[in-house]
Design a protein around this ligand. Structure first.
Ligand code: BYC
Ligand code: FE
Ligand code: FE
Length: 469
């Protein structure tokens, strides 16, 4: 089905056929736009070179053009329906997927959708001020592209809430605009989404590590027996690939620039040459990785076991797994702390599914670190960058309340306090990084702390006017 752009809300869900739903969403739309005006990008711009979805299939799904940000066509785009699709796991395995929400799973499904929906506008709020210090027009454009798509991901969840959850769904859709990142009274739901993203190194780390949690969570919701959720997540994942790209290549370019400066001056402390030292990059990795690990929930969780058995949330690449997809007998090994030491526990695999997904995520994160070390290697440096132990700096799950060093030793409180500044960004590190954040808005120019990208967007050169201020 094509996307209907003649409607006030572009969509491929036949919104025109459902007047009540259309009216409800059209009354939410101005509230969304008001939220965008108040909490979205703080830098005023004329227009931005953005991609907009024009189809949901494999080929040529996006169209690029200069668009004034508030006129971006946020819409509702679900991946194509597969009429033969069957539930791939859990107690309803083999049955046709659901086009409606079964009464007994209503509360759980709504909760998953609300948690997913809450993260999307949260990230826009966190990134609100970054436009004021963009290192280039190319980067500024990528920031705004990520922002409009996170806004669209909010639309994706709000559509489900309005279309399938009645009154309480509409109330939750309203509440998604009322909680705010970092707010004292009504914060966002998950920890990482109340942290600050005050500088561009944080932004690149966030899009690498935290958007990547999004990729894995969406991957599990894509498997859902509730077909509209599965289809909406499938299309979101397509957009998500660009967010991963921004993070991966963003950190690449910081590492590249740091390596150049280290070689040029034969000095590790590149601060005096306007760069970001490797040990500071490592601390930012440690921070963003550990808060993102918290997003997977506890290593043992009855919530996740129930979601799986009910068919609401599957595993990463569920259909490629070679087991019974029920996990009633299976056992998994998860880390834990026992008598002040790291140990392992054997548990029913069903209750360990958060740890299973986290394992997939960690393996993916390793590829980024390898890549950054290869960049260092090409300058005759390193490898020095690494991921800290999964127990490092954790607030959720088995490691919460313990102190674990990056190399995996359980520490006493005083040992942690004495060493934390070597592992996590200090006030001094943050001040230095912030001091480098001065906007560069001239086409083809770039800030001194980051290397230019290898190529532009949509075949355009780096010096293209991606944003008109
Ligand atoms: N912060 O049973 P447990 C994205 C709560 S990112 C605060 O282990 P469960 C994006 C938990 O809710 C992807 N609270 O948790 C990225 C539970 O509360 P209750 C977002 C937390 O349910 C970048 C209690 O602690 N999508 O898309 O197994 C930019 C016990 O926990 C946290 C999803 O997360 C935390 N970090 O798993 C833009 C998918 N962690 O029940 C967008 C939907 C746990 O005691 N969510 N708690 O009140 C889920 O699948 C699950 O809710 C979670 C938690 C994986 C988050
Ligand atoms: Fe998203
Ligand atoms: Fe994203």
């Amino acid at each position: 089905m094509g996307i209907d752009y003649t409607e006030r809300i572009p969509n491929n869900v036949d919104l025109a056929e459902d007047r009540r739903l259309k009216r409800a969403l059209e009354s939410w739309q101005p509230r969304f736009l008001q939220w965008w005006a108040e909490m979205g990008p703080a830098l005023p711009t004329q227009d931005v070179y953005l991609r907009t979805a024009v189809a949901v299939g494999r080929e040529g799904w996006a169209h690029f053009d200069h668009v004034p940000l508030p006129e971006y066509r946020w819409g509702i785009f679900l991946a194509e329906r597969d009429a033969d699709r069957r539930i791939a796991f859990g107690q309803h395995k083999g049955q046709p997927v659901w086009q409606q929400v079964p009464g007994e799973y209503r509360a759980d499904l709504q909760r998953l959708i609300v948690i997913q929906g809450d993260t999307e506008p949260a990230s826009v709020e966190q990134q609100r001020r970054l436009g004021l210090s963009a290192p280039s027009l190319y980067d500024l454009r990528n920031l705004f592209q990520v922002n409009v798509e996170e806004g669209r991901h909010l639309w994706a969840m709000v559509y489900l809430l309005h279309a399938y959850f009645g009154r309480s769904g509409r109330d939750e859709a309203e509440a998604l605009l009322l909680r705010n990142s970092g707010s004292e009274d009504s914060p966002r739901i998950l920890g990482a989404f109340n942290e600050e993203t005050p500088d561009w190194l944080s932004f690149f780390m966030f899009t690498y590590f935290t958007d990547r949690d999004g990729k894995y969570q969406l991957g599990t919701l894509k498997e859902s027996a509730f077909d509209p959720l599965g289809r909406t997540c499938e299309f979101m994942l397509k957009e998500e690939a660009h967010h991963m790209f921004v993070g991966t290549t963003g950190v690449d370019r910081v590492v590249e620039r740091t390596a150049q400066l280290m070689r040029e001056h034969d000095d590790d402390d590149v601060r005096k040459y306007g760069g970001i030292p490797l040990n500071v990059i490592q601390k930012y990795i440690n921070f963003h990785y550990s808060v993102s690990l918290d997003l997977f929930g506890g290593e043992t969780s009855t919530n996740v076991a129930n979601y799986y058995t009910a068919g609401l949330k599957g595993r990463w690449q569920e259909e490629r797994r070679k087991d019974d997809h029920l996990l009633t007998e299976a056992v998994a090994v998860v880390p834990r702390i026992e008598d002040g030491r790291l140990a392992e526990a054997r548990l029913p695999a069903l209750t360990a599914l958060n740890a299973d997904l986290r394992g997939e995520y960690v393996a993916d994160c390793v590829t980024g670190v390898n890549r950054w070390n290869r960049i260092l290697g090409s300058h005759g440096l390193g490898p020095v960058l690494h991921l800290p132990h999964v127990g490092f700096n954790r607030k959720v799950g088995t490691f919460a309340g313990h102190h674990v060093s990056p190399d995996g030793r359980v520490l006493a409180q005083h040992e942690w306090e004495a060493a934390a500044g070597r592992w996590l960004p200090t006030a001094e590190d943050k001040t230095h990084v912030l001091s480098l954040m001065r906007p560069v808005y001239e086409p083809g120019k770039i800030a001194a702390w980051v290397a230019p990208p290898r190529s532009g967007i949509d075949g355009r050169p780096f010096d293209y006017e991606y944003v008109h201020l």
